[in-house]
Design a protein around this ligand. Sequence first.
Ligand code: 13P
Length: 340
Amino acid sequence: MDIDALRTTATALVAPGRGILAADESTGTIQKRFDSIGVDSTEEHRRAYRDMLFTTPDLGDHISGVILFDETIRQSSADGTPFPEVLEKAGMIPGIKVDTGAKPLALFPGETVTEGLDGLRGRLAGYAELGARFAKWRATIFIGDGLPTDQAIRANAHAMARYAALCQEATLVPIVEPEVLMDGAHTIDDCEIATARTLDALYTELADARVQLPGTLLKVNMVLSGKECPIQAGPDEVAEATIRCLTAHVPADVPGIVFLSGGQSDEDATIHLNAMNVRGAHPWELSFSYGRALQAPSLKAWAGAEANVETAQRALAHRARMNGLARSGAYTPELEGRAA
Ligand code: 13P
């Protein structure tokens, strides 16, 4: 294992003022996003959309890396340059989603286990060849009556540790992503407990698998009230609960924690990240790896039309800049009105 190379990549991904763009929507997920703007999810439309995102002028100022999907890492910009090369030239590190999705966990109704270990060593070698320098694997954890179960937490943590070990063997930085979902009426306390249990299991499995934490990143949910909970915690409570949970359950030799947005509005995701960084310094960098919270305004502005590319790119650049400022607690909502 080349721990120096892994550490260098992991540290670069969480460099000050920058964060990760998650653009690794599977074919099913991007179809849902395109449905929202009335665009057919053809291979060419998916390529054109990602081309618009990745060629945004100066995107590398605030985006350190981009997570791609299997189809996307093989596609090219309009001028024929493969996407991984487009990103590297603009100062962004290409990454790849390698899990094959969350599937129902047998005998555990309402819970899932993420698949994708079969043949993973070979697939990682192929992705490295295509230019990927980091990878992502997402597990979904559900809060509900009696959920999450220890078995679902353990099964997901074990699979994630095996994935992370294979990544490090191939000199790809593994992003381990256990996502405790916002869906449901649970309280912020329920979320904190479920997140703590999930992180404890994950770091036990990673240690057992001999994964070197300085060559990894954690991608995780913020500690939030469930979407249907009648009492919604505000930004200070979210920041306090999230930092308390991470401080108690994430080892200090993890170089960075990159949050997913998970269905928060784009501005909430920025406000929450900022509230945590205002309270710095922390043992790890606290950054972002947003999908929806970075892309939503841009997707809407693009709406499938070539004529809208510039407006859509400005919308993405703006969100990237706002989140870049939130990295150091320098964001204020008043900045939203100003042109990027
Ligand atoms: P969201 O920020 O839209 O939750 O997506 C992040 C991600 O990559 C989920 O795996």
